[in-house]
Design a protein around this ligand. Structure first.
Ligand code: FAE
Length: 545
């Protein structure tokens, strides 16, 4: 049955030989050997934090939670120092571009790996991963507890690598997402504030209906609707006018050149163009890239914070101790949880409560592809920016993003990232003997996600007479169930912290990022992370400063 599937895929008109020779795309790059690697230890351009520095507010991480925190504190007159372990991503590489293309990963693409670990690991039986020089690249594929957690590394955090899908969950679902938060306030004030500052917009439906670049999404719509599913447009932070100009050929291509996973060189309004640009413009925010926080412990005047400076090979070139009056943990769900669990376990912050490390989930992420008929081509030109989804949350517990497969050639494939109502939650614990934090996620816990995603795709396949692709995540493997793009939880709101992110057990320590959200948002998470940070920092500034 499985081999029948594979030949069925080839039978759609795309041979292996054609795929390799005709494209210079996903696989084309895999045959190239050498890289032009810039010298190690490229010094960050802006002033970095000095040993012995005393700062009013230190923010760990520069993703959504950190950027909201920095902007709003600075606007309130507080001087802020942001410490970010990734690079600044403000300097072109050896090819004149800041970011590498999705189809040709290079030294910039992965965080301290010597071999790529691409979410889509195979195509037509061929493995896609390749050797790369070890470098402080933009995408971390962090392996913990049997799951690969993808995260952005650099000034801007996940906004550098994500698809820009900016989704506000349906209001009826919100009480299940954040039960202790007043939904009226969120939907009247903080979601609108987050969407407006992030620059969220919906695609022009008339352009969607006609552009070649969204052929794949129109096929997705047709198939969803013919099976009776609700098809929804999903807003995005991409500059849609820029994308139209890309299609006309009047500006350099970015979304239409397949840029996404390893950064986007033009049209995406990532955090450095929105929140962080506004934060820097206040004159009160300084950022130290290639600096990693390793410890926070009480000290006279606040907290003593240990910070390691890295070079681009990941080598620690200096260890600095600074003092911060207040510390905001915004290192992302995994980064913040790992830090807190370690600090509690090693006795640096022993009074953190027993909830620290609990409630981690992967937003029910699972991927799959479908093989379409020859009369349903999905397009050689595919915008890398997803803009639509299939909503079967209420009936089947799944919301599926109609995702691009920007290979540069016709594949007749439909590709989906589903967010599902997976009930499993994992826990981070401190393993003193091994000296590391562990996550007890179980690979079998993805089965509910697969079952929920199948409520959509089994029905579509039955209606269309199509089958699943089995060549994208290995050989004869249908489900991309080994990964998540959406880590959430580990320092859950109103449990590890109070109802506004103040860590219980200490004053002046806060959690501001996805670690606050208990494992699932029902849609893509960054708008909710941003809106919650807006809500919390407003209260913290009013009451604590
Ligand atoms: P995050 O943005 O991860 O920022 C944390 C920052 O802290 C990072 O820059 C880290 O490098 C830094 N850091 C970590 N530890 C330390 C340390 N010890 N010292 C100093 N710095 C540290 O956290 N979400 C959507 O809503 N829509 C999408 O379309 C979407 N697509 C995605 C696609 C991909 C490939 C990936 C990986 C994620 C995607 N996401 C998407 C998820 C989204 O980017 C993620 O939920 C947010 O970025 C999380 O925001 P946080 O502020 O929690």
């Amino acid at each position: 049955m499985d081999s029948g599937r594979a030949s069925h895929v080839e039978g759609r008109g795309l041979s292996r030989r054609h795929f390799i020779s005709g494209t210079g795309s996903i696989l084309g790059a895999a045959t190239l050997g050498a890289f032009d690697l810039p010298p190690a230890a490229a010094a960050p351009r802006e002033a970095v934090i000095e040993p012995g520095a005393q700062v009013a507010a230190l923010v760990i991480g520069s993703g959504y939670g950190g950027s909201v925190t920095a902007l709003r504190l600075a606007q309130a007159g507080v001087d802020v120092h942001m410490v970010e372990m990734g690079m600044a991503w403000d300097t072109p590489g050896t090819d004149g571009k800041i970011f590498a293309n999705t189809t040709s990963p290079d030294y910039r693409s992965f965080w301290l790996r010597t071999r790529t670990k691409q979410p889509l690991s195979n195509f037509l039986g061929f493995p896609l991963d390749r050797d790369v020089p070890r470098y402080t690249g933009i995408l971390d594929a962090e392996e913990m507890g049997g799951i690969v957690v993808y995260q952005g590394r650099g000034v801007g955090g996940g906004s550098l690598v994500n698809g820009g899908m900016a989704v506000t969950p349906e209001r009826s679902r919100f009480p299940a997402v954040l039960p202790s938060v007043d939904a009226d306030e969120m939907y009247d004030v903080y979601y609108p504030r987050a969407n407006s500052t992030l620059g969220v917009r919906t695609i022009d439906p008339a352009w969607f209906d006609t552009t070649e670049a969204y052929t794949y999404a129109r096929v997705g719509r047709k198939h969803a609707q013919r099976s009776g599913f609700r098809f929804v447009f999903v807003p995005n932070v991409y500059d849609w006018d820029y994308m139209k100009r890309e299609a006309e050929g009047s500006v350099p291509r970015s979304a239409l050149a397949g840029e996404i996973l390893y950064g986007n060189n033009h049209g995406k309004k990532s955090l450095p163009k929105t929140y962080l640009a506004q934060a820097r413009a206040t004159g009160r925010v300084t950022i130290s890239p290639l600096h990693r926080v390793t410890s926070v412990t009480p000290a006279t005047g606040g907290y003593s914070v240990t910070v390691e400076q890295l070079d681009t090979t990941g080598t620690v070139t200096a260890t600095k101790t600074v003092t911060a009056r207040r510390v905001f943990f915004a290192a992302g769900s995994v980064g913040t949880s790992k830090l807190l669990v370690r600090l509690k376990g090693t006795g640096a912050l022993p009074a953190l409560n027993h909830e620290v490390g609990n409630g981690w989930g992967e937003n029910g992420n699972v991927m799959c592809g479908r093989a379409n008929h020859l009369w349903d081509p999905t397009g050689a030109l595919q915008s890398s920016i997803p803009t639509a989804g299939i909503d079967n949350w209420a009936a089947g517990g799944a919301f599926a993003e109609v995702a691009p497969l920007p290979t540069g050639i016709e594949t007749w494939a439909s590709f989906y990232l589903s967010i599902t109502n997976n009930p499993h939650r994992a826990r981070f614990t401190w393993n003193a003997a091994a000296g590391k934090v562990e996550l007890d996620w179980q690979t079998a816990w993805k089965q509910p996600s697969i079952t929920m995603a199948k409520t959509i795709f089994d029905k579509i396949n039955a209606k269309e007479g199509t089958i699943y692709r089995s060549d994208l995540f290995g050989v004869h493997k249908i489900w991309g169930d080994h990964l998540t793009y959406h880590p959430l939880g580990g320092a859950v709101l109103d449990k590890a912290t109070d109802n506004y992110g103040r860590l219980r057990g200490y004053s002046g320590l806060y959690v501001m990022d996805g670690a606050l959200i208990p494992g699932n948002v029902s849609v893509n998470p960054f708008v909710t992370i941003t809106a919650l940070a807006e809500r919390n920092i407003e209260r913290i500034i009013a009451d604590d400063f």
